[in-house]
Design a protein around this ligand. Structure first.
Ligand code: NAD
Length: 273
């Protein structure tokens, strides 16, 4: 395989992106559509409605006949099983699952932890964000004897605890651990499992933590500390995630790659003193 276009051609792929109406997932969907894939975005129908997200993707990519949307709660197994069947009927059997559901809620010292909120964050990122969709899709693919690829969304907090967001860190460490474990277990079935660990991108989950004043762009102390700690000297732009997404989705490009989590972080993890 030497042709660059063939390496990154996804025209025979069908991708499901959970949390597909989110900020990062939208950029991933654009990249996959540009590479020729069919894409079905899964969203809860609250917060970021699915149909709006589908319409926006059609407007930005022109891929009218290749974008689909399904409403689902990825934290409920029956809902995920039903959504998988609905998606198969809409676009055919998926070949790629992107586990895009996740996020943080608030920031607090550990000794003031709101235990029910801590649990909610764990459930959102680990159960809805990985375990339930991965279980349902892997069972389907194994039964269908299909080769496939899963891409999980990790975080800088998967590697090192970030202050004030212990639940998010614990959950994202679990995401990276499960990426390794699932990769090992599913490899004999031809299912690859990899992750992307975005550095600091301004998303819905962390906007208030990073930006003090949207009008002037003034950063919070935390936002400034992050920039000072990022060798590239800026927050990530969602476009920065597109290449890695297409690479990991493409069996031609990354068919022998499984169990890795790729940081896309402007060098954040390389910083020492
Ligand atoms: N934004 C960042 O800087 C950043 C950095 C590192 C990792 N991440 C991770 O990337 C992923 C996407 O982040 P984002 O900033 O784009 O988030 P976002 O809040 O924009 O999108 C997440 C989406 O998931 C949906 N969702 C939540 N629970 C759901 C459920 N049970 N069922 C169905 N949908 C559900 C939400 O409605 C939302 O549309 C998350 O896993 C996040 O932790 C983000």
């Amino acid at each position: 395989m030497s042709n660059r276009n063939e390496l990154f051609d996804l025209s025979s792929d069908r991708v499901i992106i959970t949390g597909g109406a989110g900020v990062i997932a939208t950029a991933m969907a654009e990249a996959l559509l540009d590479a020729g894939a069919r894409v079905c975005i899964w969203g809860r129908g609250t917060g970021h409605p699915v149909q709006e997200a589908v319409d926006a993707l059609v407007a930005t990519t022109g891929a009218e006949d290749r974008v689909f949307g399904v409403t689902v709660d990825t934290g409920a197994e029956e809902s995920v099983s039903a959504a998988l069947q609905e998606s198969v009927a809409l676009m055919g059997a998926p070949t790629v699952l992107i586990n895009g559901v996740g996020g943080n809620r608030g920031k607090f010292p550990f000794h003031q932890t709101d235990v029910s909120l801590f649990e909610e964050i764990l459930v959102m990122n680990v159960m809805a964000g990985l375990v339930i969709p991965t279980k349902v899709f892997a069972a389907y693919w194994i039964e269908q004897k299909m080769e496939a690829s899963i891409i999980n969304l990790a975080s800088m907090a998967s590697y090192i605890p970030l202050s004030g967001v212990a639940a998010y860190g614990a959950a994202k460490a679990a995401v990276m651990n499960l990426t390794l474990g699932n990769a090992r277990e599913f490899a004999p079935h031809g299912i690859r499992v990899n992750g992307i660990a975005p550095g600091f991108f301004v998303g819905n989950q962390n906007r208030a933590l990073l930006i003090k004043d949207e009008a002037t762009g003034e950063l919070t102390d935390r936002g400034q500390m992050i920039i000072d700690h990022t060798p590239a000297g800026r927050f990530g732009a969602v476009e920065d995630l597109k290449g890695t997404t297409v690479y990991l989705a493409s069996r031609s490009a990354s068919g022998f790659v499984t169990g890795v989590t790729i940081p896309v972080d402007g060098g954040y993890l390389t910083h020492n003193v």
